[in-house]
Design a protein around this ligand. Structure first.
Ligand SMILES: CC(C)(COP(=O)(O)OP(=O)(O)OC[C@H]1O[C@@H](n2cnc3c(N)ncnc32)[C@H](O)[C@@H]1OP(=O)(O)O)[C@@H](O)C(=O)NCCC(=O)NCCS
Length: 161
């Protein structure tokens, strides 16, 4: 069940890019460029970018790509001063039914091997490691874990495990 939140989630628009880039640059070792992000958000065919807003401030965003029956989580970030409030969780909760509606059965993503916080968040959504991509983040020389989740059997966040 989706819990009531003080923020609202809507599709990302071009005007949101400066705030997304601010969050990207603040916390990703290999942030996306404006051009890459613009290409992503304007590709409505198989991308879905959503963001959470509170009092006009973009708190966090989630970008996914649909490939056949898979949902690839491309990017997820929360403004540092608004972390641990459930923003990322609510964005994942919001995309889950949309993915199921599109016929997705699995979700996958890469996460830096040292990013334990994100890994814990994904674990709560049913993601489990299935492999390692060596030197995936080549600029910082870090491996990525490949995570997979079966989204049909676990549609929404379950905080009980
Ligand atoms: C990973 C990341 C996206 C998590 O975002 P977030 O909005 O803080 O995530 P949530 O708040 O939904 O959940 C994270 C924590 O908040 C807790 N939380 C969730 N809802 C909460 C609430 N209503 N009140 C208080 N805490 C809450 C969760 O239990 C979790 O705690 P834990 O990390 O100690 O287990 C964020 O840390 C981030 O942007 N990191 C940098 C970028 C990154 O690593 N992205 C992922 C790349 S794959």
């Amino acid at each position: 069940m989706m819990t009531e939140t003080p923020w609202r989630i809507r599709t990302v628009a071009r005007r949101d890019l400066p705030e997304i880039l601010e969050i990207e640059n603040a916390q990703f070792p290999e942030p996306w460029s404006r051009r890459m992000l613009l290409e992503e958000i304007t590709n409505s065919e198989n991308r879905r970018y959503s963001a959470a807003f509170e009092n006009g401030v973009l708190l966090g965003y989630l970008g996914v790509m649909f490939v056949l029956d898979e949902m690839h989580i491309n990017t997820l970030g929360t403004r540092p001063e608004h972390q641990s409030r459930g923003v990322a969780s609510s964005l994942l909760e919001e995309v889950w039914p949309a993915a199921i509606e599109r016929g997705c059965e699995r979700a996958t993503l890469e996460v830096a091997s040292s990013n334990l916080r994100a890994q814990e968040l994904y674990r709560r959504f049913g993601f489990a490691p299935v492999g390692i991509r060596k030197n995936y983040y080549s600029r910082i020389g870090e491996d990525a874990l490949v995570l997979w989740a079966d989204i049909t059997t676990r549609p929404l966040l379950d905080n009980s495990i």
